[in-house]
Structures are given as C-alpha cells and as structure tokens.
Design a binder for this molecule. Structure first.
Ligand code: LLP
Length: 434
C-alpha cells in the first residue's frame, strides 16, 4: 500500500497535487512519499513482531540524504556497499554503529573508514577478504566484527541480473564450505565472529524461496551459535513490490480482490512464513530490504515533448530518459505510467513511451495504452522509488534529475536538479590541446 492516488482527476502524493511539484521544480523529477516509507518500515516490523529484529535498510535502492535520515529517525540501520554510502550515513546525521558493510570487493580504505566509524559488522564474501579485514583491523588496533555470507544455492525465480543465491553467482561462500571459512576466520587475531548472512536475490514475489533458504541455512546457524557464540542471522533483503498494478495496489481493496494464491508477497505473509523458522534460533535477525522500503514510495514525473505518429506506430516522447530511470532498458522491467491529470473523456492511445536519448533501448514502455496526451502534459512513472535515482547517469550530457520529498500537504526539494556547470566542473582541457 502507498500514498499515491487520484483526488478527482489529479494524481496526488499524500495531500500534494503532483502537478504542483512538476510545475514548480520542472521535470524529470523524482517524488517520494515520506508516509509510504514510514508505513513500509512499520509493516515490516509488525510482520516479524515475534523476533529480535534489526532492519538495515539497503540504501543502494535510494540513498538520498533525506531518505537516509527518515529511516534513521524511524530506528533503522543501513546495509552499505561502499565508502560513499558510509559517508552518506554520517552526512545524514545517522549512526554507522547499527549498519553493516557488504560487497565482494571492499577496499582497504573503505574497511578502515567503516572500522573507524564503529560499523556493526562486515558481511564477508570470500576467504581473501578475511585476511584483508584482519590486516586492516590490526593496523588500527581494532577487531573487525564479521559475518560470512553463505550462498544457499536456492533459485529465487527472479530476473537473471538480480538473482544472487545460486551457486554460479559471484556472491558468498557455498554452504558446504562455510564451516571451514568460519574456522579460518576464528584463527585470525583481529576478527570477531558476530553473525551469518545470506541474500538470495531481489524482487522476489513469493515467500517460498526465502523459506527454502532459511530452512537450508538455519541448522548451520544454530551450529555456529553453539560453537562460536554468534549473535545474529541476516536473511538479506529481496522482498518484491507490485509493478504492474502499481497505482491500484495503493488501496487495501485491491489486495482484498486478489485471489489468495496470486496475491503478491506482503510483509505480513513474509513474516508469517519466516518467524516460526527464525524464532527458535534465539538470535537477532537482520533484514536488509531496499526495494520494499522505497520502491512504491517514489514516482518519476515527466513531461510530454511530442506525440509522434509513425507508420503503424505511435511514439509518446517524454523528457525523462534511460539515464534517469534505467530499469526498463536494463532489466526489461515494467513501470506503470499514468497521467497526472486524468481525463476519461479522451480517446485511448496506444504508443511506445520513449525518452529523447539516441538509442532504441531508451524506451519506458512498448505499445502501452494510455489516454491521448499532448505536449506539455505530465506523466508519472510509478514504482520508481527504488533503483531509480541511484542508478541514474549523465548519458547524453543530461543532468541528474531533481528529487522531492512529500510530507502530508507539504513538499521539499531534497536534491536540486544538476546544472551544466556542476556536470562539467571536474573536466579540464589539457595544455597540449590549447
Ligand atoms: N542485501 C544484499 C546483500 C544485496 O545485494 C541487495 C541488493 C539487498 C540486500 C537489497 O535487495 P532488495 O531488498 O532491494 O531487493 N538494481 C536492481 C536491483 C539490484 C539488487 C542488488 N542487491 C533493480 O533495479 O531491480
């Protein structure tokens, strides 16, 4: 559920008319609903209420400082993957001490930054990394808290580019080799064994793969608790969101109308399936959801440039492009696209909705049915709060878009649109070309 809905003919985020945001700040602009993020956080907490829970929001999904601060205020820690993300936590006025540091290639400088700021734990992906962690911690006169990422070899049934828990992915240590990796870790003088981690993939739409993975790994976790006194088990992130009926899924009635066997995954169902498996472990359970927390809390506003009527094909050319939201080009992902001003009296149009970038992949939707629209009218690409802005680029020398956060009936610019000067500030013409 989320806080985007039509009030009369106009699409609102909470109590803000999105056309007012587009008019004031221009387009393309990402808009985030603070209430939706808070609801998602609360639902996750409630869904797994029987557990000693620590939610580490995966900020790779959306690392705007306002978003980070919002989750920190709600009590979240963070799942971090770079020195830059560590610095974002600090810049947002939040605490690194409740955060974990993941990733297959942490540099020595990033490890030192995490240690100096009291990171809760490192999520270790390989044996060479154990050696590097112990070395850097020793140099600083500290102990590095670690959890090893185990790869349970479970099929997450998601897009090939975002599945991570199969044995042929680059992530984690196979379950069969994990015991030896813990024994090796225990021998390093500057490591402290703190937990176990797994993450099987992203945009999972059923609880079954999570259940299968937890069932597979739980006996090993219990063994580690007995042998090494570990304190936590991180089951990763990965809970999917609704993309196809994104707007309708903001209403409870839509969920009630879904046949029980086809209902998309909810935090309640996720919690009901997993809590009984996790509770007996008697450990802190870490969650690292990113997409679920922010995906349905954001939209990308765009403006129609032209309606180009081609031979047998219409193209609705908009001012957002694959550089602003790369998911459709990269993962063939579906985003629902709706007009900010709905007019049911207009004829329907079937068109490819495309950006201005010079390549065919710059297409948000193929043969999409939408009301007839003309130049200057606004659209919203739904479910764009996760992996939208964070994956944006400057391709075609297009500035990074603006970001706005809505809170009730007010809204604030939380990231100004980039200027040409900012885009080129670090570039230099060398003397030999002058
Ligand atoms: N934990 C680990 C170790 C991860 O690798 C990830 C995501 C997460 C947590 C958060 O997963 P989430 O809850 O957001 O599914 N750019 C892609 C998604 C890449 C996910 C990478 N890892 C997309 O736009 O679909």
């Amino acid at each position: 559920m989320h806080h985007f809905r039509y009030v009369g003919p106009n699409l609102h985020c909470e109590s803000v008319d999105l056309a007012a945001v587009a008019s004031l700040h221009g387009t393309p602009t990402y808009v985030y609903s603070a209430a939706t993020m808070a609801d998602n956080y609360a639902r996750l907490q409630r869904g797994l209420a029987g557990l000693d829970l620590q939610v580490c929001y995966a900020m790779k999904a959306n690392s705007n400082l306002a978003v980070v601060r919002h989750f920190a205020n709600l009590g979240a820690g963070f799942d971090l993957v770079s020195g830059g993300e560590i610095r974002r936590v600090i810049a947002a006025g939040a605490d690194v001490k409740r955060s974990v540091f993941a990733g297959v290639g942490k540099s020595e400088a990033e490890i030192a930054l995490a240690l100096e700021n009291g990171i809760f734990a490192f999520h270790v992906e390989s044996e060479p990394e154990l050696k590097r962690l112990s070395h850097v911690a020793g140099r600083l006169g500290l102990k590095a808290p670690v959890a090893i990422r185990v790869n349970p070899d479970v099929d997450a049934h998601t897009h090939a580019k975002i599945t991570t828990g199969k044995s042929d992915n680059k992530f984690g240590i196979p379950l069969a080799a994990a015991a030896a990796a813990y024994e090796a870790a225990a021998r390093y003088p500057h490591l402290e064994l703190k937990g176990v981690q797994m993450h099987i993939g992203s945009q999972l739409t059923s609880a079954a793969p999570f259940v299968e993975a937890v069932r597979k790994v739980a006996p090993f976790v219990a063994e580690l608790k007995a042998r090494h006194g570990i304190q936590y088990f991180s089951i990763g992130g990965g809970m999917g969101i609704v993309y196809r009926d994104a707007l309708a899924s903001g209403q409870a009635a839509w969920w009630d109308a879904q046949p029980a066997d086809q209902r998309p995954l909810t935090p309640e169902a996720y919690g009901a399936a997993l809590t009984p498996l996790l509770q007996p472990l008697g450990l802190t359970i870490l969650l690292e959801h990113g997409r679920f927390m922010v995906g349905n809390a954001g939209v990308l506003l765009t403006r129609v440039e032209h309606l180009k009527r081609g031979a047998g094909k219409n193209f609705l050319v908009v001012d957002a492009a694959m550089n602003d939201l790369v998911r459709p080009a990269m993962y063939e992902s579906y985003h629902e696209i709706v007009p900010l001003h709905r007019d049911t009296s207009r004829r329907a149009l079937v068109a490819d909705i495309v950006g201005p970038i010079c390549e065919s992949g710059d297409c948000f939707a193929k043969d999409r049915q939408i009301q007839e629209l003309g130049e200057g009218e606004f659209l919203a690409l739904m479910s764009a709060g996760a992996y939208g802005y964070t994956m944006a680029s400057r391709y075609n020398t297009r500035a990074l878009p603006a970001e706005v956060m809505v809170h009730g009936s007010s809204f604030d610019l939380v990231n100004a649109r980039e200027t040409f000067e900012q885009m080129t500030a670090q570039e230099r013409i060398p003397a030999f070309l002058r």
